[in-house]
Design a protein around this ligand. Structure first.
Ligand SMILES: NC(=O)c1ccc[n+]([C@@H]2O[C@H](COP(=O)([O-])OP(=O)(O)OC[C@H]3O[C@@H](n4cnc5c(N)ncnc54)[C@H](OP(=O)(O)O)[C@@H]3O)[C@@H](O)[C@H]2O)c1
Length: 287
């Protein structure tokens, strides 16, 4: 099976490439901007023509959540139109598409985990642009897509919250972190393994939630990062979103339900704490 990974140098894409390379039944091509521009149909056409994939995994996105508030047009080109162009090319060539999306399509006002079929209600520009891309994939490839929503992603490559906290632990005596945003920190290598499982087992198409299981606040998550780094967790101080305002609103409750995996006979992803321990074993370090 021929698999095209778009955005292969990003945080998720770079975790995905070695996982897929271990599967000898796959011929894998990784590509990233500027060798492909998903906001340009001609560029997509050229890459498809040269490789003729059976599966496309789209990890490419405009991921600057705060910048998207003032650059929504640009974010929409990449997150909204890009997946539409990709899905259209997949439709014409009979290719399946794995498209990666986000918890930000929900506003975070829930108090129990969001089900896969919950109606989205984004509160940020980034969330609106990602939702536009998701809807295009669902509309154009109703029977040949996997929409994988992930959240709070961290990996060995790229910048992310875990790496930032490890740096701040070295630079500061204390660090203040919000207690009133709860979610599911997700190790990119675990999500990569789960996507590998999708290709292997080929369950029913549709939406799946690609997050490590359990839930935790950023504050408690940071305490665990400090503990694993051998630092005193009491150097992490509690604060609130009201005291730590950022351009894009953050969902207060970003917990995604995993029932769909179980319905399809597949395991959900492991608990976030085990995944974080694995990231430390794998050598995650400062950005
Ligand atoms: N990071 C998170 O916490 C998080 C949370 C929830 C969901 N997600 C979703 O997970 C997916 C992967 O995220 P990530 O953290 O791995 O993102 P990332 O590290 O920002 O990687 C995205 C990749 O896409 C590339 N790209 C940007 N514009 C492109 C274009 N027009 N054409 C082709 N490639 C382009 C980027 O290249 P350049 O570097 O050259 O721009 C980069 O290599 C995304 O769909 C994201 O929305 C992420």
């Amino acid at each position: 099976m021929r698999v095209l990974v778009i955005g292969c140098n990003g945080q998720l894409g770079s975790a995905l490439m070695p996982v897929l390379a271990r599967n000898r039944s796959l011929a894998v091509l990784g590509i990233d901007y500027p060798d492909i521009d998903i906001a340009d149909p001609h560029s997509i056409d050229l890459v498809f023509g040269g490789f003729d994939p059976d599966f496309v995994i789209n990890c490419a996105a405009y991921t600057a959540v705060d910048d998207a508030e003032t650059n929504e047009d640009m974010a929409m080109r990449i997150n909204g139109l890009g997946p539409r162009y990709l899905a259209d090319e997949c439709r014409k060539s009979g290719t399946w598409m794995v498209h990666v999306s986000t918890d930000y399509v929900f506003d975070g006002s829930a108090t129990s985990p969001y089900a896969e079929d919950e109606t989205p209600s984004p509160a940020s520009a980034y969330g609106r642009t990602k939702l536009a891309g998701d809807q295009a994939v669902q509309e154009l490839l109703p029977a040949s897509h996997y929409l994988i929503r992930t959240a709070w992603l961290y990996g060995l490559q790229g910048s992310n919250f875990v790496k930032t906290m490890l740096r701040l632990e070295k630079e500061r005596d204390t660090v203040s972190v919000v207690t009133d945003q709860v979610g599911q920190p997700t190790y990119a290598a675990d999500l990569a393994t789960q996507i590998g499982l999708l290709l292997d087992r080929h369950p029913a198409p549709g939406t799946y939630h690609g997050t490590n299981s359990g839930e935790v606040s950023w504050f408690e998550f940071t305490r665990e990062i400090f503990r694993l780094a051998g630092a005193d967790p009491d150097r992490v101080l509690p604060t609130t979103s009201a005291e730590f305002v950022r351009p894009a609103p953050r969902p207060a409750y970003s917990v995604l339900g995993h029932d769909r995996w179980m319905q399809e006979g597949l395991p959900e992803m492991r608990p976030w704490r085990e995944a974080l321990e694995q990231a430390f074993e794998d050598g995650i370090s400062t950005d």
